[in-house]
Design a protein around this ligand. Structure first.
Ligand code: OGA
Ligand code: NI
Length: 181
């Protein structure tokens, strides 16, 4: 896990930089705000489920980070919304899955979209995945890289608090639309 985390952390930084450069922003923002102590690796285990059509492994959601790098095993189960349809992401042992998170969507002023995804369960097989989350410190302020900005600026702390509040109050994450100007 340690060598994997080290390598994937470097990859996440590179990807964030390239995606920012594509928008014409050469910046050290991600290096300065996303530190080893604020990013994390989540190891997911999905036990077999006899009623997979009724039980999600992970409910539909968007990730609340800048970007996520996911490795899934050969069982499969990751699905995402494309053009309004749920599609399965076929496992590929040679590839990692890169997800844009809410913070990149806000920073890029909607140029990059955080994708809604979920994990479905398998009737007989146990499944594992590893997800690396590129996250800033709680103090980091997320501000759009171009004007006029779609979302008001907010700190990552404020974002996390709002997400938790909404989940407790409504049972789901409202997400970025809370921060529309
Ligand atoms: C996540 C996630 C998907 C998977 O951990 O946020 O979306 O396939 N995981 O485990
Ligand atoms: Ni996710």
């Amino acid at each position: 896990m340690e060598p994997f985390a080290t390598k994937v952390a470097i990859l996440a930084q590179k990807l964030a930089e390239i995606l920012a450069e594509k928008l014409g922003h050469k910046s050290s923002f991600f290096q300065e705000s996303c530190l080893p102590s604020t990013c994390y690796l989540r190891l997911n285990r999905y036990p077999p489920c006899p009623i997979p059509s009724d039980i999600y492994g992970l409910m539909p959601h968007t990730d609340s980070d800048f970007l996520t790098i996911l490795h899934q095993d050969q069982v499969g189960g990751l699905q995402l919304v494309k053009d309004g349809q749920w599609i399965a992401v076929k496992p590929n042992p040679e590839a990692l899955v890169i997800n844009i998170g809410d913070l990149f969507q806000a920073w890029s002023n909607d140029c990059y979209k955080s994708v809604k995804h979920c994990a479905v369960t398998h009737p007989t097989k146990e499944r594992f995945s590893a997800a690396y989350f590129l996250c800033p410190s709680y103090e980091t302020v997320i501000e759009s890289c171009s004007m006029p900005s779609v979302y008001r600026k907010f700190s990552f702390r404020e974002y996390r608090q709002k997400v938790q509040e909404d989940v407790q109050l409504h049972g789901y994450k409202v997400g970025l639309s809370r921060f529309l100007v």
